[in-house]
Design a protein around this ligand. Structure first.
Ligand code: DLZ
Length: 216
C-alpha cells in the first residue's frame, strides 16, 4: 500500500486572509448527502480563513452537468441572489429558489402594521466574485452517463475560468463507487471516515482569489 502521507496538497492556511473576498459556491443536488458534507466542509473552512458570511453566495443546480453554465452566469450575470448566505444554509433553508429578476415593491407604509410587506427578495447590482467553487458528486453507474458528464463538466469549468479570468475551483468528485464518494467527503461508513475535500477546495479558492488579484 502506498504511503498515505505523500498524496495530497499542502496549504499554508495561516497566511490566508479571506476577509476582503467574495466567494460563490454552486452545487449540484445529485447524491445530496455527499454534497451536503462537502458544502459544510467548504463553508467551515471559508469561515476559518475569515471570509465574511455576507460575502458568500450559495446556489444550487440539478446536477453536475449544469455546473459550468451556472458558474458562468454567476460570474458574468448582472444580478445575484441576495441573502443566500452561509447562515441560511446552515439553518437548513433551501437555496433552490430561482434567481430574482426584480426587486419586490414594498407595501405602503400605512398598511404595514396589519399587512406586513411581502418577503423581501432583494436584488443588488452584481459585485464581482473573486472565486467560484463548483461542487458536484458524480458516481459511476451502469451506463456511459458518468464518463460523458465528467468530461463535459471538467472541460466546461476549465473553460469558464480561462474565459472569465475568475478562478473556478473543481469541487467535483468523480467516484467509481458510493464508498469512494463518502470517503472523499469525510463521511466514510467504517472506521476510516476519509477526508473532506471541501476543506481543500475552500483553501484553494481563497489562495487563487488572492493570487489572481495580484496577477491581473
Ligand atoms: C443524469 C445524471 C446521472 C446519471 N448521474 C449523476 C451523478 O452521479 N451526479 C450528478 O451530479 N448528476 C448526475 N446526473 C444528472 C446530470 O448531471 C444532469 O443534471 C442531467 O443530465 C440534466 O442535464
Amino acid at each position: 500500500m502506498s504511503d498515505p502521507t505523500i498524496k495530497g496538497v499542502t496549504f499554508s492556511e495561516s497566511s490566508l486572509d479571506g476577509s476582503p473576498l467574495r466567494i460563490a459556491i454552486v452545487h449540484g443536488r445529485w447524491n445530496k448527502p455527499v454534497i451536503d458534507a462537502l458544502l459544510q466542509g467548504v463553508l467551515s473552512k471559508l469561515k476559518a480563513v475569515k471570509v465574511k458570511e455576507h460575502n458568500i453566495v450559495v446556489q444550487s443546480v440539478p446536477g453536475s452537468y449544469e455546473l459550468p453554465m451556472a458558474v458562468s452566469k454567476m460570474i458574468t450575470g448582472s444580478r445575484v441572489q441576495a441573502g443566500a448566505t452561509a447562515t441560511d444554509l446552515l439553518g437548513g433553508l433551501s437555496f433552490n429558489s430561482p434567481l430574482p429578476s426584480r426587486t419586490t415593491t414594498p407595501a405602503p407604509s400605512s398598511t404595514t402594521a396589519t399587512n406586513p410587506p411581502p418577503a423581501v427578495i432583494a436584488t443588488m447590482p452584481s459585485q464581482p466574485f473573486d472565486a467560484v467553487i463548483a461542487i458536484g458528486v458524480l458516481i459511476k453507474g451502469q451506463t456511459m452517463h458518468f464518463e460523458y458528464i465528467s468530461d463535459a463538466v471538467s472541460h466546461g469549468l476549465m473553460r469558464v475560468q480561462l474565459d472569465t479570468g475568475v478562478p473556478v475551483i473543481f469541487g467535483v468528485l468523480t467516484a467509481l463507487s458510493e464508498d469512494q464518494a463518502l470517503l472523499r467527503a469525510g463521511i466514510g461508513k467504517h472506521d476510516d471516515k476519509g477526508h473532506n475535500h471541501g476543506l481543500d477546495w475552500a483553501l484553494a479558492a481563497v489562495e487563487m482569489a488572492i493570487k489572481s488579484r495580484g496577477w491581473s
